[in-house]
Design a protein around this ligand. Structure first.
Ligand code: KIV
Length: 282
């Protein structure tokens, strides 16, 4: 199958085929996600937390994100790759946003960019779309606003917040986004907006009625346990498999089981004898 485009992703919504999306930050994981037939990858700024060990996403930088995006994009011949614009890369000006979005395309060869755009960033979204770069919106919980929000809290649960989610989603569609991520919002609200919008909605804690579903891959694999949102689902505990494997390796090394003959290089006795003759006995 050829690579997903904005057209094939839109066709999935139109044909009521649920879109699947996962995060990835490195080549081997992205290759597995691609080979599993997942439709989209988000190289999220969550990488600051789940890969780099920071307490939140605010320390992700352009250089960090471009490096991760380039590794992911090299692995994907089918899955669409979306770069997450980090904090500080789109807040200052339209020009700044355009330059940073262009870096993701020219230096990392991603297929699209996403930013946590509030109404203040609609002009920037439009400018990026006008450059010809495919753009994903993000409404509901904006982890980059953790300071102002006072934590990672669900959004859209009261009238003011629900109105904000709906109006932002409509404005982002109008600005040219081809899909919108709904993070930590009630199912009734994302269901309403999904039916109201013509473009696909992708849920991460937005319930089952969106056009697609997204999870942070280290949550799925049991590789990150510092913070797990209630909407995440762990499918396997690879973290424990890794610990068990590293313990087995340690045991085998200590007991002289590893490396075995099959893991070692051979050499003729004549060469060794010549070496001893030249350098002396030990
Ligand atoms: O960085 C990320 O992984 C994200 C998702 C949580 C939407 O932005």
């Amino acid at each position: 199958m050829s690579k997903h485009t904005v057209k094939t992703i839109q066709a999935m919504k139109d044909n009521k085929e649920i879109i699947t999306m996962l995060t990835a930050y490195d080549f081997p994981t992205a290759k597995k996600v691609n080979d599993a037939g997942i439709d989209m990858i988000l190289v999220g700024d969550s990488c600051a937390m789940v890969v780099h060990g920071h307490p939140n996403t605010l320390t992700a930088t352009m250089d960090m994100m471009v490096l991760h995006c380039a590794a992911v994009a090299r692995a994907c011949d089918r899955t669409m790759v979306v770069a997450d614009m980090p904090f500080g890369s789109f807040q200052y000006s339209v020009e700044d946003t355009m330059k940073n979005a262009a870096r993701f395309v020219t230096e990392a060869a991603v297929d699209a960019v996403k930013f946590e755009a509030t109404p203040n960033h609609i002009a920037k979204t439009k400018a990026v779309v006008e450059m010809g770069i495919a753009c994903v919106g993000h409404v509901g919980l904006h982890p980059q606003a953790i300071g102002a929000l006072g934590g990672l809290k669900a959004q859209g649960r009261d009238m003011t917040s629900a109105r904000k989610v709906v109006s932002e989603a409509l404005a982002l569609q109008e600005a040219g986004c081809f899909a919108i991520i709904f993070e930590a919002v009630p199912t009734k609200l994302s269901d309403y907006v999904t039916r109201k919008l013509s473009i696909p909605t992708i849920s991460i804690g937005g319930g089952p009625k969106c056009s697609g579903q997204l999870l942070v891959t280290p949550d799925v694999l049991g590789l990150y346990d510092k913070f797990t949102p209630s909407f995440a689902k762990q499918y396997v505990n690879i973290g424990q498999i890794m610990i068990d494997t590293f313990r087995l390796y340690k045991k085998e090394v200590k007991e002289g089981v590893f490396p075995g003959k099959e893991n070692s290089y051979g050499m003729s006795d004549e060469i060794l004898e010549s070496i001893i003759k030249e350098f002396g006995e030990v």
